[in-house]
Design a protein around this ligand. Structure first.
Ligand code: ATP
Length: 243
């Protein structure tokens, strides 16, 4: 339950629209740095019904987002006073989406962590940047350009229409079934043993996605979602495809 005396930004949006009942147990998500990445993240969270407080030190950026984000304000996130005043220490999540200004990213991270809020995510634009953030104690670090680059490399190599790397040793992929597995129930194919992959969902032409079971039979023109080690899903996706 949100404390009605808590700082304004840690209260749920419903509070501001006249309904003091909190929408979520915890307060708002703070997005610091509203460049392309931060603004897109803040918009998406807002569209999902999350209470977002957007912060940027550039007044022009703040003004340009006023119509799209309910709570957006100009502040320098490297200043303790500004962070405290905006209630960043109490926020349920803080995302530092400052990339090219390394000093600002690191200072903001260090001050927010020092304020006692360790629910911090940060964007890094290079390995050294990620390393420094990790050393400071930021547990969630994303490198959108690097992640997208890796993903694209898998897509460009062919045979997959989507690739999601869960960890260095596990990925989920959208692809089509190799000819050799068509027409037989999955339970008879033993794909985990022979290829190290699990077929987790299937989409027959004209139908929606459905979870598979041992009796699922794959047909030509199906799409499938498979999971496994990156090299295993890559190899399996390329089987029987000669283009
Ligand atoms: P993009 O997401 O557009 O690729 P980027 O990686 O180049 O951005 P920056 O331009 O460094 O990242 O920063 C993104 C935003 O962060 C900018 O709008 C900038 O004004 C804002 N910003 C930079 N320093 C601070 C700060 N100290 N406090 C608040 N906002 C800041």
């Amino acid at each position: 339950m949100t404390d009605p005396h808590a700082p304004w930004h840690s209260r749920a949006r419903t509070f501001f629209t006249g309904d003091p009942t909190p929408m979520a147990e915890h307060g708002a998500v703070v997005v610091i740095g509203l460049g392309r990445f931060g603004a897109s993240l803040a918009r998406e969270l807002t569209s999902l019904g999350v209470d977002v407080v957007g912060i940027d030190c550039d007044e022009a950026i703040v003004e340009s987002l006023r119509d799209e984000l309910p709570f957006v304000t100009r502040a320098d996130a490297t200043q303790d006073a500004a962070l405290t005043q905006l209630g960043v220490p109490e926020a349920s999540r803080v995302i530092i989406a400052i990339g090219s200004d390394l000093e600002a990213s690191i200072l903001a991270a260090s001050r927010i962590l020092r304020s006692g809020n360790d629910r911090v995510w940060a964007k890094a634009i290079s390995e050294p940047h990620a390393e420094i953030l990790a050393q400071l104690g930021v547990k969630q670090i994303v490198n959108p350009e690097d992640d997208m680059g890796r993903r694209l490399a898998h897509l460009i190599r062919g045979h997959m229409s989507d690739f999601l790397r869960i960890d260095s040793d596990y990925a989920i992929v959208r692809t089509t079934p190799p000819v050799r597995v068509l027409g037989q129930p999955l339970s008879a194919l033993g794909l985990r043993g022979t290829h190290g992959v699990t077929v987790i969902a299937v989409k027959h032409p004209g139908a929606g996605w459905a979870n598979t079971d041992g009796g699922t039979v794959l047909e030509a023109d199906d799409e499938i979602i498979i999971a496994g080690a990156p090299d295993a899903v890559e190899r399996f996706s390329a089987l029987d495809k000669h283009v």
